[in-house]
Design a protein around this ligand. Sequence first.
Ligand SMILES: CC(C)(COP(=O)(O)OP(=O)(O)OC[C@H]1O[C@@H](n2cnc3c(N)ncnc32)[C@H](O)[C@@H]1OP(=O)(O)O)[C@@H](O)C(=O)NCCC(=O)NCCS
Length: 160
Amino acid sequence: MNSLQIQFREQICDRHSQIDLYQLQELFNISAFWAKGRSIEDLGIAVANSDPVIFVCNGEQLIGFARATSDGIYRATIWDVVIHPKYRGTGLGSKLIKTILNHPRLKCVERVYVMTTCQQGFYEKIGFQPNSSTTMVLHRQSKLDSVTTEEVQLQESIVG
Ligand SMILES: CC(C)(COP(=O)(O)OP(=O)(O)OC[C@H]1O[C@@H](n2cnc3c(N)ncnc32)[C@H](O)[C@@H]1OP(=O)(O)O)[C@@H](O)C(=O)NCCC(=O)NCCS
């Protein structure tokens, strides 16, 4: 890892994106079953409306991403956490989450949520606790045309 040029960067929360949305789309396509097939336009909207947006680069290559939405005091939710498969298991995911949690926008928030299908152990190591009793969801028109039925069912099982 010492020979790599790992950098944590923050997206300035406006519509002039610093992050390469094409690389983000590719990272999701290879690493995030719930975020496959997202369009560049929609990714730009999600990034512009999230704060903070933290991403990890090795040189110019995007290798990690996470974003959060928050009211700044009571509640926040972390979304779309992903580390490129080649770079997993070296502490980057944990550092990414800690960077989000310590961000000025989130560090005073009373409760921080994350929804996860199978990474509970990863979040528990950072201090999150299981919380199966409070989450509900309203399914509206989705943009899942390019996602398989199996993946949709898996997504629904997150909140089912
Ligand atoms: C989940 C993910 C972000 C973790 O990133 P990572 O860089 O591999 O994680 P780290 O190397 O920082 O792991 C930190 C610790 O958590 C542990 N850990 C990682 N994933 C775990 C899991 N699923 N269950 C239990 N422990 C886990 C590691 O062994 C490590 O333990 P240690 O501190 O004792 O050495 C990465 O596996 C990933 O991108 N997965 C695919 C996308 C995904 O599922 N994202 C989560 C959506 S909610």
